[in-house]
Design a protein around this ligand. Structure first.
Ligand code: FAD
Ligand code: NAP
Length: 493
């Protein structure tokens, strides 16, 4: 029913656009100029929104260009999702179908806000959608955080094992210590823990880089301690990821009974289902501790500790944590629990620190309304404040939280809002003829930037896959941008 309504009004919009073209240009009817749309960012948010926007094409001529600063597509699906989660990366098949749609064009190696200003995009496009994710790590702002060796943000550590070119030289030292501390209790923290603890032969079958494998092969790390500033009812990892860690071969979970003593059945019964199941799995893990006879590696959760200082001479040697407690003990099970410090310091010795405390987004252009505190574009229901024709979606619109499925769900709503705005005449400039990607690519060329097409990417993809195959891996990623560009232009690669 809805489809019919939308189609009918799109048809009338189409007629209005046609009439305008006829009267302004000649007396013979000509097809209306296409609505040129661009999506900045080729992660899940960019691709899924494009997929939903293609439905517009049923009623209106549209073209959609997906602009990406990297020479390669897929955002965190390539550079964030853990190598041992190949099933998550299957979304790439869907993304490929979208990219190869006749009205879609992938334009890689174009850094919006840098090579081309946001306002300049208006020359080429009627509608501009920002889906450029959250690319910066949060910081603790404590002594030792930036000055000591072997202290990394999870963003850089993940980038290192996933082949992000700018993290290729990270080279964490894993052979000089048997203990790593990970600050934060989210899914990224669990990803890092799993990479440090997994049997090397298992990792060798994934698309983890050879460079990371070499260093992990030398690793002496046996103990991985995850530290949270709040309690067991506020962890932000999810059940599937926790279960994976509990099931790793040769790895023992070392959760402590006393950390969970306050949790009773009454409390559990009141929880929402995901938190309930997660808590039950933690309790079960506590009960079944010490069951693996041949464990060689161990992981721990330490709650109620806020990081205060990272210690060491040149290399990290320990972290000082100050104990915290609930401001209101009645709120022990509340996800929004506030804590206060109580002055007691515990020093945890370790030789590697990974800070996994979340990501935030950056303002790519001073002209863009931006909430620097939250790291998101200022928007109401995905419409960017005071910038008609500009929209945002994904992490840059709502903050760095949520899995790919959430982005998929959001993309339906965002596409619908854009359709509504077209239909209800909220966008003023749709009659203008715009050149879309052709104009943009010419502008980039005049600035000495060579854009990458989807076919170019497929050459690099084929090269990486072939290289991987020879080593029993799904892919071996190229780590150097110049090399990537060379391979995308080489017809024999
Ligand atoms: P992104 O995926 O970050 O995509 C943004 C894109 O925009 C990037 O390609 C970036 O290069 C590009 N870009 C940035 N700036 C510019 C610019 N100025 N000009 C042009 N392009 C630009 N979810 C799951 O469901 N399963 C998982 O296993 C999983 N693992 C994760 C692991 C990690 C380490 C992280 C951090 C997240 C993980 N997630 C996972 C969450 C998932 O990755 C996000 O929900 C999703 O990627 C957000 O999509 P996005 O498109 O908003 O951002
Ligand atoms: P996250 O889920 O927000 O976790 C961040 C963790 O850091 C929390 O435990 C938080 O504790 C802690 N923290 C924040 N600031 C801190 C500080 N100043 N000091 C000490 N601790 C601090 O973020 P994430 O792990 O980066 O994950 C981002 C999103 O990607 C999440 O939605 C996640 O589910 C998703 N993701 C999914 C997968 C998967 O599905 N397999 C894998 C990776 C990531 P508080 O709760 O106290 O703030």
């Amino acid at each position: 029913m809805l489809t019919h309504v939308v189609r009918r009004s799109f048809t009338s919009c189409l007629i209005r656009r046609s009439l305008s073209t006829i009267s302004s240009q000649s007396s013979s009817p000509s097809p209306p100029p296409p609505i040129r749309i661009c999506v900045v960012g080729s992660g899940p948010a960019g691709f899924y929104l494009t997929q939903n926007l293609l439905k517009l094409h049923q009623s209106l001529p549209v073209t959609i260009d997906i602009l990406e600063k990297a020479p390669v597509p897929f955002g965190l699906v390539r550079y964030g999702v853990a190598p041992d989660h190949p099933e998550v990366k299957n979304v790439i098949h869907t993304f490929t179908k979208i990219a190869e749609h006749e009205h879609v064009r992938f334009i890689g190696n174009i850094h919006i806000g840098h090579t081309v200003r946001l306002q300049e995009l208006q020359q080429f496009y009627h509608i501009i959608i920002l889906a450029y994710g959250s690319s910066v790590e949060r910081t603790l702002n404590i002594p030792g955080e930036t000055s000591l060796e072997n202290v990394f943000s999870a963003k850089d550590f993940v980038g290192w094992y996933n082949g992000v070119p700018e993290n290729a030289q990270l080279r964490p030292k894993l052979d000089g210590t048997d203990c790593a501390v990970i600050i934060g209790m989210g899914n990224v923290a669990l990803d890092c823990a799993r990479i440090l603890l997994s049997p090397i032969d298992d990792l060798a079958k994934t698309d983890i880089t050879d460079q990371a494998l070499d260093i992990l092969r030398q690793s002496r790390i046996r103990h991985v301690i995850l530290v949270g500033r709040r309690g067991p009812m506020q962890v932000s990892f999810t059940i599937k990821e926790l279960r994976e860690l509990t099931k790793l071969n040769g790895v023992q979970s070392m959760l402590k009974k006393e950390d969970f003593q306050q949790i009773d059945q009454n409390m559990i019964d009141k929880l929402e289902r995901p938190r309930k199941r997660l808590t039950e799995l933690m309790l079960k893990t506590v009960r079944t501790n010490q069951t693996k006879d041949h464990a060689e590696r161990f992981w721990y959760l330490k709650f109620w500790r806020r990081p205060r200082r990272i210690n060491g001479k040149t290399m990290v040697e320990s972290v000082d944590f100050e104990y915290t407690e609930p401001v209101d003990r009645q709120q022990f099970a509340n996800e929004n629990l506030f804590v206060k410090e109580n002055g007691t310091i515990e020093t945890v010795p370790c030789g590697l620190v990974i800070k996994s405390i979340g990501y935030y987004g950056v303002q790519i252009d001073p002209w863009l309304p931006f909430d620097k505190e939250r790291g998101i574009i200022l928007n109401h229901q995905n419409r960017i404040d005071d910038r008609p024709g500009f929209y945002c979606t994904g992490w840059i619109g709502r903050g760095a939280r949520g899995v790919i499925v959430e982005t998929t769900t959001e993309s339906h709503t965002v596409a619908k809002r854009i359709m509504d705005d077209i239909e209800q005449g909220r966008l003023q400039n749709l009659h203008d003829v715009k050149s879309g990607g052709d104009g943009l690519i010419s502008l980039a060329k005049s600035r000495q930037v060579r854009c990458i097409s989807y076919d170019d990417w497929k050459k690099l993809d084929a090269h990486e896959t072939k290289l991987g195959l020879s080593k029993g891996k799904p892919r071996e990623k190229i780590l150097n941008i110049d090399k990537m560009l060379e391979l995308t232009s080489n017809s024999n690669s």
